[in-house]
Ligand binder design. Structure first.
Ligand SMILES: NC(=O)C1=CN([C@@H]2O[C@H](COP(=O)(O)OP(=O)(O)OC[C@H]3O[C@@H](n4cnc5c(N)ncnc54)[C@H](O)[C@@H]3O)[C@@H](O)[C@H]2O)C=CC1
Ligand SMILES: O=C(O)[C@@H]1CCC=N1
Length: 259
């Protein structure tokens, strides 16, 4: 597979690291164009992909990804128009614009898709939602699925659900990181070292997620299994409820919701 990526910031570099780690693309078949921040050049020195010198180099790419903030995208689309092969798919990783806007900027025959990945794609543990424009045929979807699926899980969703999918999966890691940090702070407050705290917290979170995934058991049942009568856990659960933990999480997702 030959791919290009515009943008090597947070999600662009996670994507670049992921596709090289999964070996879905070889460094010589990965072309990257960065902005003025210099991150693409620094990453290139580390990972050995190619930098885009000329957009005409992109005509034989299977997929051209756009991993920049939305305001930059119209100028990138102008650059791309006329420099894409007949089967090159433009895959935007940005929260906007919509497929309709991408399509109208690139021309009515263009192959367009949108995906919202998350930072765990760099360690091939991603969860990515993807939606396709009307010109994408099965073969194009298979190409994108192979690319994004190599970074973890990738699921096709209608575009109207991509926002909330991306909010939970894409913003979610930051919310979990806040939780991890808070658990570690509490551990340190109660006598553990930072190192011990993070080792315990990370394995605990991974274990709880694996148990929920593998047992396919409702989280309320799993929670009840931990809460011994008159025991320690139920006191902690009551404290979470008293402090509006569930509501805080619901509000976080609702406020973050990508439209
Ligand atoms: N950070 C994340 O976890 C996720 C971000 N996204 C989306 O990805 C997009 C980028 O977000 P971040 O990576 O967080 O931002 P960022 O600011 O870290 O990265 C954007 C990069 O684009 C580069 N850039 C600017 N103009 C350019 C141009 N004309 N050509 C090529 N590169 C150019 C900048 O130099 C910068 O390195 C946003 O639309 C965001 O919503 C989507 C899913 C997850
Ligand atoms: O914060 C943002 O806007 C992006 C979207 C998903 C994760 N980060």
């Amino acid at each position: 597979m030959k791919i290009a990526c515009f943008g090597a910031g947070q999600i662009g570099s996670a994507f670049i690291r992921g596709v090289l780690k999964s070996q879905i693309v070889r460094p010589e078949n990965l072309l990257v164009k960065g902005g003025k921040s210099g991150t693409a050049e620094a990453l290139q020195a580390e990972l050995g992909f190619r930098l885009v010198r000329n957009v005409a180099d992109l005509t034989d790419c299977d997929v051209v990804c756009i991993a920049t903030i939305p305001s930059v995208i119209p100028s990138i689309l102008k650059e791309l128009k006329g420099n894409l092969g007949q089967n090159t798919i433009v895959l935007s990783l940005a929260t906007s614009p919509s497929i309709a806007v991408l399509q109208s900027a690139l021309g009515s025959h263009s192959l367009v898709a949108r995906a919202i990945p998350n930072t765990p794609i760099q360690v091939l543990a991603g969860m990515t939602g993807v939606s396709y424009g009307k010109n994408c045929q099965t073969t194009h979807k298979e190409t994108v699925q192979a690319l994004l699926g190599s970074l973890g899980q990738a699921l096709e969703v209608p575009e109207e659900k991509l926002g909330i999918f991306g909010t939970v999966a894409g913003c979610g890691p930051a919310f979990v990181d806040v939780f991890i940090e808070a658990l570690a702070d509490a551990s340190v407050l109660n006598g553990l070292s930072r190192k011990e705290a993070y080792k315990i917290v990370l394995q605990m979170i991974q274990g709880a997620a694996t148990l929920a995934q593998e047992s396919q058991t409702h989280p309320a049942v799993l929670k009840d299994q931990v809460c011994s009568p008159g025991g320690s856990t139920i006191r902690g659960v009551a404290a979470l409820e008293e402090n509006g933990f569930r509501n805080a999480v619901i509000q976080a997702i609702t406020k973050a919701n990508i439209h």
